[in-house]
Design a binder for this molecule. Structure first.
Ligand SMILES: [Zn+2]
Length: 150
């Protein structure tokens, strides 16, 4: 059993589905997003599904958080153990991983295929990435039918 299979099984066996990455309203204006781009940071993979993220604040050094960030059943799942994520479902650590990934600066594992994606694949749909709120409200999102080429 490879590490990828192990991680996939762990996610499959746990209670409840992992959270899909969702961007909050106005996320590009959020302090998490600004901090992700500006603060000193270090990202290290722990296993195929998780990263250790160290992200600085102005005053107190680096804080480390464990972040789940992987493709699972065709969706990007993202969870963080920090308070910001617990209360808001969005935090600077996940913002940082997304920022790096969208700049081809992170390898994200597809737990279903074992492939590593060095940037978000074209078929990945993440809510609200490229549409602002007005567009999102007027257009009907296309439902994934699961017929994704692999
Ligand atoms: Zn976090």
């Amino acid at each position: 059993m490879t590490g990828v299979d192990e991680q996939r099984e762990q996610i499959a066996n746990r209670l409840g589905e992992p959270d899909r990455l969702q961007f909050p309203d106005g996320w590009t204006m959020s302090s998490s997003w600004r901090r992700a781009q500006a603060a000193p940071s270090t990202v290290g993979p722990v296993n195929p599904a998780e990263f250790d993220v160290l992200l600085g604040r102005e005053d107190d050094g680096l804080a480390r958080h464990r972040v789940l960030f992987a493709v699972y059943e065709g969706d990007l799942v993202a969870e963080c153990d920090c308070d910001g994520y617990r209360f808001r479902g969005w935090c600077a650590h996940i913002a940082l991983l997304w920022w790096r990934w969208s700049r081809d600066d992170l390898g994200v594992t597809d737990l279903d295929t074992g492939r590593t994606h060095l940037s978000p694949p074209w078929w990945l749909t993440v809510d609200d990435v490229e549409h602002d709120r007005v567009e999102a409200e007027t257009s009907q999102p296309v439902a994934a039918d699961g017929g994704v080429d692999r």
